[in-house]
Ligand binder design. Structure first.
Ligand code: 5GP
Length: 239
């Protein structure tokens, strides 16, 4: 176990605080129970969300590493804390979709739950003021947010993450509907999967009942949000 300790807060986001450590290349994520949706227009607390998201993210980062996908994850420090490699976050979110729902359903008026013949990868510029607008490769390159090589790496890593996660979740009775990833530049210049992978950032539906087991329960006031996160925790913990 690392002897590194929390120093100053580097950033505080909606769901996490990020602390510096004695090692300039490593930071500590602290997972909070705060929940926000619709660009923080809706706010609340989900009891123990921080503990569950820390545990779920760790399980999924380990799974990805076992399958040859490099991530920023180093080790668990406590029930709400993980040690990760410090990266420079690339300022767009990468979304992968397997089924139609959410903003895709609204934007193109497609049927809820329509299965996609192959996964769709989308990019959203991280900008609260603009409500994270969708962008394409050319915007990312022209505005200097990523190089062509970085975009290609992110695209192929996102699809690889989808293949691994989709299979793992399906074996546990869960459809991976869609999810959001963040990538960052490591010190050696490589692009590394960062942030978190949990019911805040993924849509998970029970394969039999299609019950939502993710943050949509909070976004849409469906109730039993904690129960859904707990259910995901239990299912990803299965051998
Ligand atoms: P949509 O574009 O349909 O709203 O979201 C697609 C997927 O990306 C969903 O799994 C959603 O949870 C995730 N996602 C998109 N933007 C964000 C964001 O700003 N924060 C979080 N936590 N997840 C997001």
């Amino acid at each position: 176990m690392s002897q590194l300790t929390k120093k100053e807060v580097l950033t505080e986001g909606k769901a996490k605080k990020i602390y510096a450590t004695e090692d300039p290349d490593k930071v500590i994520f602290y997972f909070k129970d705060d929940a926000t949706a619709f660009n923080a227009k809706k706010r609340g607390t989900i009891v123990n969300k921080g503990i569950l998201n820390n545990r779920i993210s760790q399980r999924l980062f380990r799974l990805l590493e076992e399958n040859g996908i490099k991530t920023h994850f180093i080790e668990e420090l406590s029930e709400r804390e993980m040690l990760v490699h410090k990266v420079e976050i690339i300022p767009y979110e990468t979304v992968v979709r397997n089924l139609v729902t959410g903003s895709l359903r609204k934007r193109l008026d497609r049927p809820e739950g329509e299965e996609l013949s192959h996964p769709i990868v989308e990019y959203y510029y991280k900008c609260d003021r603009l409500d994270d607008p969708m962008i394409n490769d050319e915007h990312a390159i022209v505005f200097g947010w990523a190089t062509r090589e970085e975009l290609d790496s992110i695209h192929s890593q996102a699809l690889a993450v989808n293949d691994v996660l989709k299979k793992f979740m399906l074996e546990r009775g869960i459809l991976l509907v869609d999810f959001k990833l963040e990538f960052g530049r490591a010190r050696d210049g490589s692009v590394l999967l960062a942030d978190e992978i949990c019911p805040d950032t993924c849509r998970f539906w029970d394969v039999e009942t299609r019950e939502k087991l993710d943050k949509d329960r909070f976004r849409q006031d469906l109730g039993n949000v904690e129960g859904a996160y707990q259910e995901i925790m239990e299912r990803v913990s299965r051998a």
